[in-house]
Write a protein that binds this ligand. Structure first.
Ligand SMILES: Cc1ncc(COP(=O)(O)O)c(C=O)c1O
Length: 399
């Protein structure tokens, strides 16, 4: 009954783990979930109030498919402040129901069947499937520990060819939280100079959640403005503005591509939520002090987590520059027996951790790197530390 496309469609692995954790909670277990890809703090009050006001004032009807002009202006102004990039709100910005749909739509309008989408691994779990759904071939470039899990220009160039169509790029990275420096970005841009057919999609979802002194992650278009006419910039309300449930994302780029994304969205989801748009507009205009507090809180949670992990020397922890994930190498803890079974993969380790110790994590396999776990610290430090204690118990139980 199902189409070929549906048969090859993989459900989101993180969502599957979240749902397994929820089943265990429903059975009465005290599950600590470190899978969460969303903030545990509230949507900032001014934005939430704007949503309520939108409902109360009857702003509850369809808007323009590409989003209200007021929100697009707010996005344009925010982008100018954050990245010093200019986008015309009339023609070069479109709003979608979540940034995920912006990326999905961008791939749909840029790729033809057989085109290659370059994805650097470890990658966000949805990228390869999104590329496949666009009829394209995900070309995964494995970036190992020796290069800080980052794409180097040599590795990049080696993997580009006449079929390459889109370079799907993410910094700060989900899952590592690593940020590309200006010189690293410049080196990648130099490679792209040799491949003018390749368009860039930069997923900037976490670029305002930063732990060092820099307020915004460096951007490829700041160091390589020549790429602007073939780059789609993605951002949204979900992470820095804690608006995951409001489903607010946007794409900025050349008029031709943005119009196509807007048309694609208008024929599929239609206009994004009017209520959420009012809230996002206020979020973009008023949240700077909130974001500053959020970053201070995340930094303190990160320090607490790094400190706590000193108790598990078998794990290798990489300190992130941004986002709210810890990427950890658990290879040294593998190869031992737990209840007479040799635990040889991070997926197995994650499963035992969830089923016997009630800690949910996302195994590295989901991001293209076996031997690792991704832990979210969008959770209170006490709870996080409790989870680390349980990991320690599991390791002690392995012989
Ligand atoms: C790297 C990355 N990009 C995009 C998104 C999509 O965010 P949303 O669809 O909630 O706007 C996420 C969410 O987890 C993400 O981690």
């Amino acid at each position: 009954m199902l189409s070929q496309k549906a048969q090859s469609l993989k459900s989101s692995p993180t969502l599957a783990l979240v749902s397994k954790a929820k089943d265990l909670i429903a059975q009465g277990h005290d599950v600590i979930s470190l899978t969460v890809g969303e903030p545990d703090w509230e949507t900032y009050p001014a934005a939430a109030q704007a949503g309520i006001d939108a409902i109360r004032s009857g702003f509850t009807k369809y808007t323009a498919a590409q989003g209200t002009i007021e929100l697009r202006r707010a996005i344009s102004e925010r982008t100018k402040l954050d990245l010093n990039l200019d986008y015309n709100p009339q023609k070069e910005i479109t709003v979608t129901s979540g940034a995920k749909f912006s990326i999905f739509s961008a791939l749909q309008v840029l790729c033809d069947v057989g085109d290659e989408v370059i994805i650097h691994s470890p990658y966000w779990v949805s990228y390869p499937t999104m590329a496949e759904l666009a009829g394209a071939v995900p070309k995964i470039i494995f970036c190992d520990e020796s290069v800080n899990f980052k794409l180097t220009p040599e590795n990049f160039e080696k993997n580009l060819n006449s079929k390459s169509k889109v370079f799907l790029f993410c910094s700060p990275s989900n899952p590592t939280g690593f940020v590309y420096s200006e010189s690293e970005l410049k080196a990648l841009a130099e490679v792209l100079k040799k491949f003018p057919r390749v368009c860039v999609i930069t997923d900037d979802m976490y670029n305002r959640l930063m732990f060092n002194k820099v307020k915004v992650a460096p951007h490829i278009l700041q160091v390589a403005p020549f790429l602007k006419d073939r780059t789609v910039v993605i951002n949204g309300g979900s992470k820095a503005y804690s608006m995951t449930g409001w489903r607010m994302g946007w794409a900025m780029g050349p008029e031709k591509i943005i119009k196509a994304i807007g048309d694609f969205a208008s024929q599929s989801t239609g206009a994004p939520s009017s209520i959420s748009q009012k809230a996002a507009e206020v979020a973009l205009k008023t949240s700077e002090p909130d974001i500053e507090k959020t970053n201070a809180m995340l930094k303190s949670r990160l320090e607490s987590a790094l400190n706590k992990f000193k108790e598990i020397p078998q794990f290798k922890i990489y300190e992130p520059d941004g986002a709210f994930y810890l990427w950890i190498n658990i290879e040294k803890a593998l190869g031992k027996k737990y209840k007479d079974v040799v635990v040889s993969t991070s997926a197995q380790f994650g499963q035992i951790l969830l089923e016997d110790y009630f800690v949910a994590t996302v195994p590295g396999e989901e991001f293209g790197h076996a031997g690792y776990l991704r832990l979210s610290f969008a959770i209170e430090s006490d709870r996080f530390n409790q989870a680390v204690d349980r990991m320690k118990s599991l390791i002690l139980g392995m012989v």
